[in-house]
Design a protein around this ligand. Structure first.
Ligand code: NAI
Length: 396
């Protein structure tokens, strides 16, 4: 499969009054955590989205002011604010999409995992209410650590017999937005044209930019790929440092979440071939067979591959098998075997085709080059641990 994208050529769904020629659609979007650094600019971008007729804003504080302010913008979406826990379910009722930026952001020196203790229960409680009040809603979660909180959301829904994995999304769009921006500035192509797939998860060890499949045919030298990959993996920290204790990415994140929500809306509205990547429940990693040892073919220039060293290796391996058969303990020998190492990974970010029920098709990992395969190998144990942490939190 070739990666395709639904990247809009303008600000997602933007409808200033004079430009609004398409018919109004009647979708209801709820934002939970709407008064925060991300919540406020996200609310504004959603207020000017032509596919939204109702926008409900929920937070523990300040929501009425944010709602009053946004309600004066001359676009059709009706805005309503809800403040305090007892108003949560009312805010969510009948929503088509629930977007969640509620929770603590990072401060300098913190990793996303450091946020787990605070944010795990926030996501658990908010998603429990979505399950009860709007079980058909598409849920887009921004709250970190994404790698662990999406499993929390799915486990909560599963416990309530409301899990439909096609409807739960970890919003990783900012990694793609950053990759596009950085590559565009390097290659001179307009950022509106560039599309770099980013797969895996949302932390330095698990973000995997796939430059080998960037479009339109962007050529980035091997050296630059390494530098760019590092920058994309650590771009969140770049912002945390620059904000010097006042928060993490909020404006670029609001843009990314608005782009993602717009893609969900376009899918709901029946548009075909809407593609957007996201961290979702999926078994795409289970299909990989990247763990085979590379073969030495080139060294003998046409007369065959390694024979003598291979004979030695096979003899060593056979000897280890024999030692095991003979009953020797702790005989360790690496081998490429049928294994479920990767199968613990039932969450992964990859490109998805979106439709009326959320995910219509997962386009999977696609072909990777050697460098990208290495990144994937390194990401797998980290993802596995993050997922297990999330699942365990709900089963406690
Ligand atoms: P913020 O602190 O400015 O805003 C968070 C808002 O959530 C606050 O208004 C707070 O009152 C509200 N909140 C907290 N607990 C709540 C609850 N139980 N119910 C309703 N509202 C609640 O934080 P900011 O900068 O908006 O970040 C929000 C989250 O987004 C953080 O966890 C951050 O790490 C994450 N993030 C994710 C990114 C991604 O790529 N997915 C990128 C940047 C940030």
């Amino acid at each position: 499969t070739k990666f395709r994208t639904s990247k809009p050529t303008q600000i997602p769904g933007l409808c200033f009054r004079t430009f609004n020629t398409s018919p109004q659609n009647n979708f209801h979007v709820a934002v939970l955590g709407a008064s925060g650094g991300i919540g406020q600019p996200l609310g504004m971008l959603l207020k000017v989205n032509r596919l939204i007729s109702k926008l409900t804003l929920y937070d523990l504080q300040h929501t009425m002011g944010v709602a009053a302010d946004l309600s004066h913008i001359e676009t059709p979406a009706k805005v309503k604010g809800f403040v305090g826990k007892d108003k949560l379910c009312e805010a969510i009722e009948c929503a088509n999409i629930v977007v969640i930026p509620a929770g603590l952001p990072r401060k300098p020196g913190m990793t996303r995992d450091d946020l787990f203790n605070k944010n795990a229960s926030v996501v658990r409680d908010l998603v429990a209410c979505v399950a009860d009040t709007a079980p058909k809603a598409l849920i887009g979660i921004i709250t970190n650590p994404i790698n662990a909180v999406i499993p929390i959301a799915c486990e909560v829904l599963k416990k309530k017999c409301k899990l439909d994995p096609r409807r739960v999304f970890g919003i990783t769009t900012l990694d793609i937005v950053r990759a596009n921006t950085f590559v565009a500035s390097l290659s001179g192509v307009s950022p509106l044209e560039v599309n770099v797939p980013v797969i895996g998860g949302h932390s330095p060890e698990t973000i995997i930019p796939v430059f080998s499949r960037a479009t339109p045919g962007v050529k980035v030298s091997e050296d630059k790929v390494k530098t760019l990959t590092k920058r994309i993996k650590e771009a969140g920290t770049e912002v945390v440092k620059a904000k010097a204790g006042t928060g993490s990415a909020t404006l670029s994140m609001a843009y990314a979440a608005a782009r993602f929500t717009n893609s969900l809306l376009r899918g709901l509205a029946g548009e075909k071939n809407v593609v957007e990547s996201s961290y979702v429940q999926s078994d795409v990693v289970c299909d990989i067979s990247y763990f085979a040892t590379p073969l030495v073919v080139k060294a003998k220039a046409g007369t065959g591959s390694a024979t003598l060293s291979m004979a030695y290796a096979a003899a060593r391996f056979t000897n280890s098998l024999l030692r095991g058969l003979a009953g020797e303990k702790d005989v360790i020998e690496p081998s490429y075997v049928q294994s479920d190492v990767a199968c613990g990974i039932n969450y992964f970010a990859s490109p998805l085709v979106l439709g009326k029920n959320g995910i219509e098709k997962n386009l999977g990992i696609g072909k990777l080059n050697k460098f990208e395969e290495e990144l994937l190998k390194k990401a797998i144990p980290v993802l596995k641990k993050n997922i297990a942490t999330g699942v365990k939190f709900v089963s406690k």
